[in-house]
Design a protein around this ligand. Structure first.
Ligand code: WT7
Length: 648
């Protein structure tokens, strides 16, 4: 079978309000079409012009060199520095005294840094790195809570040309060890702890455990955050505050070639060891800069909040590099969304007068579950634009977000992209696109997206297939660290010359893309290939259900049968009657074909720490197999035990 059948029939459409449109950076369909055409027909002119909006130490000679495909070289011959783009370029004018980072800790402590202050901190810590012998080309691992020093550390590494490898602060010692070894990191930056649900998460202790046998790590910088006790390795460990106190704030940016590595970021594939996704300097920055500007429609008076952690690519591109390159005021929050109460996010929106909010479907579904009374307590009227990323968003959650958070006033940008793409690829432009609940809508500038069958032939409207990108783009990954063969094999071997993203999708009659989830997760029932996302959306549209994950399990009759795992909300109670009602609901909503053979109630679903449901683990459970899969990225191990019934 070469296609994935689409059974989702969503017809609602929401054009931007006239007021939003009129004030937007891109405000007409004609303008979008013209720029989009130019970006595909004459990428050199388009990207060359955008790149020249950013500061260069030496100008580039050529916009794109694709002769070494699949490794692209963008803006060849140019030299710049990410800290120049994100900080120094704002220091000569009025933005010097504008708030760059508006940070709130979980306990409620607030710190703000103007661009001038951020610049000084970055230069000082850059000198502290140098003083410990860290130099251009050395890799530095960062394992920190969401405190301002995390953004400072990232930019300081960039300033001296030392690629950073940020490891999400929830990962285990083993995960740190693997990543530090694979990246050949020689220094680590951490903190004593970070606040999470009212307790300090002992980060330094986890780093110590990870580094027991790490001979190559000569320095561990430690930020004092929670004042919890830490062990100290003399000669290796340095307090951040001591290091910066001894450093001066004069540190010219290292001239970096456009194609010098800016960072590595590890992402776990469904199999095998994590991949060190490698991004380079100029192309990545151009992508992060332009998408932030147009997708979030950033203006000088915006208070922009992306709720991701800097440990994920979303935080790299849309907390640090993209918004700062645009001179935005960026909100950063340290803690959990329900600490000390389930309305904490909305309290933050009210308190800091947030105007643009970017979050994930998994968070939105949690907010729905916690109840409308929490956002209702706060004034959310400053919000003007909402965004989501990370998974397909089911239309019910989208509608809730629009109504309850956006007051039916804010456009929603559902942004499809990946760690590998570096920047947003498919997205509405908020002043132009009529959005549709569940669709990421149109390709961004320079993005040539298509849906193809197994042979690589482009499919027609509404035919589900494989999502590919047919042209290189500036912020694309340049490789997998240390494994060029795996890079080729994973992304470029399925269809020669095309980037295969691993996602299923369909494109509708208006040219809007509907992402159908990972193709590895596709269900095959009686010879019909169905998207997990669509069946899950149908389940979640039932009033009793808050979250659902469907997987296929072997079935003698149908080849595979659908097994649904659902969590019910405050309004529902697990029962046989509800089980039957849910099967019937799916049959009515999308057809008998998709009717689950089995419905299992779960208190929680197994998720990665970034909120993605780990369906491969559910497949084992549905089939009654022991899991032999990699579970190191699982957020909460007890969820798995409970699903298997080990703890009953
Ligand atoms: C995968 C990439 C990109 C930052 C966070 C995740 C899924 C991401 C969407 C969306 C449908 C989405 C895809 C993609 N995904 N955004 N708006 N609609 N699916 O980065 O961990 O590299 O994951 O997340 O499956 O391939 P990542």
């Amino acid at each position: 079978m070469s296609q994935i059948e689409s059974v989702l029939h969503e017809t609602r459409s929401f054009p931007p309000s006239e007021a939003f449109r009129a004030a937007a950076r891109i405000s007409s369909a004609e303008e979008y079409e013209r720029l989009y055409r130019e970006s595909l027909d004459d990428p050199e002119a388009f990207w060359g012009r955008i790149a020249r909006e950013l500061p260069w130490i030496e100008p580039f000679e050529e916009v794109l060199d694709w002769s070494g495909a699949p490794v692209a070289r963008w803006f060849t011959g140019g030299k710049t520095n990410a800290s120049l783009v994100c900080v120094d370029r704002h220091l000569d004018g009025p933005r010097a005294d504008k708030t760059a980072i508006l940070w709130e800790g979980e306990p409620g402590d607030v710190r703000t840094l103007t661009y001038a202050e951020l610049g000084a901190e970055v230069r000082r810590f850059a000198n502290a790195l140098k003083a410990r012998g860290v130099k251009k080309g050395d890799r530095v691992a960062i394992y920190m809570p969401m405190v301002p020093e995390l953004a400072i550390a990232v930019l300081a590494c960039a300033r001296i040309g030392a690629p950073h490898s940020v490891i999400f602060g929830g990962f285990s010692a083993q995960s740190i060890k693997d990543r530090v070894e694979d990246g050949g990191c020689t220094a680590v930056i951490t903190a004593d702890g970070g606040w999470r649900r009212g307790k300090p998460l002992p980060l330094k202790a986890t780093v110590d455990e990870a580094l027991v046998h790490a001979k190559d790590v000569h320095t561990v910088f430690c930020v004092r955050r929670c004042e919890n006790d830490v062990d100290w390795v003399e000669g290796r460990d340095v307090w951040w505050h001591d290091a910066v106190a001894a450093a001066d704030d004069d540190c010219p940016p290292e001239p970096m070639d456009s194609e010098d590595t800016l960072f590595l970021l590890y992402t776990s594939g469904s199999t095998g060891k994590p991949k060190g996704i490698q991004h380079t300097t100029a192309g990545y920055l151009v992508g992060a800069y332009l998408t932030s500007r147009y997708v979030f429609d950033l203006r000088d008076d915006d208070v922009y909040w992306c709720t991701a952690d800097i440990g994920w690519v979303t935080g790299h591109s849309y907390i640090v590099y993209g918004p700062l390159a645009n001179g935005a005021t960026v909100v950063m929050y340290e803690g959990a969304p329900n600490e000390p109460h389930p309305g904490r996010f909305w309290e933050l929106v009210q308190k800091h007068k947030v105007t643009v909010l970017y979050t994930a479907p998994t968070a939105i579904r949690a907010f729905m579950k916690w109840g409308d009374e929490h956002p209702a307590k706060f004034d959310l009227s400053t919000l003007r634009l909402l965004g989501t990323v990370g998974e397909p968003i089911n239309p019910e959650a989208w509608m809730w977000y629009r109504r309850t958070i956006g007051g039916e006033r804010c456009p929603i940008v559902d942004t499809w992209w990946q760690t590998e793409t570096g920047a947003i690829m498919i997205t509405p432009l908020p002043g132009v696109t009529a959005t549709k609940p569940g669709s990421a809508t149109r390709p961004f500038f320079g993005v040539d997206a298509a849906v193809v069958d197994e042979e690589g032939n482009e499919l027609g409207p509404n035919e589900g297939g494989l999502l590919v990108l047919r042209k290189p783009w500036p912020s694309m990954l340049r490789g997998i660290w240390g494994d060029p063969e795996r890079y080729r094999e994973t992304y470029w071997s399925r269809f020669p010359g095309l980037y295969f993203a691993g996602d299923g999708a369909r494109k509708d009659e208006d040219g809007c893309f509907w992402i159908m989830g990972r193709v590895d997760d596709v269900l095959n029932v009686s010879g019909h290939r169905l998207s997990t996302m669509e069946v899950e959306s149908a389940l979640v549209s039932h009033e009793a259900v808050v979250e659902a994950a469907v997987v296929a399990r072997p079935d003698e009759l149908t080849g595979e049968a659908i097994c649904a795992f659902v969590t019910v909300g405050a309004g529902g109670e697990p029962s046989d009657a509800l089980r039957d009602a849910l099967k019937e609901h799916v049959a009515v909503e999308i057809g008998k074909l998709a009717r689950p053979a089995e419905v299992r109630f779960a208190e929680a679903l197994p998720k990665t720490r970034s909120g993605k449901i780990m369906r491969r683990l559910l497949r084992d459970i549905a089939a009654g197999r022991e899991t032999v899969q990699d579970t190191t990225t699982l957020e909460d191990y007890s969820v798995l035990a409970r699903l298997r019934g080990d703890e009953e």
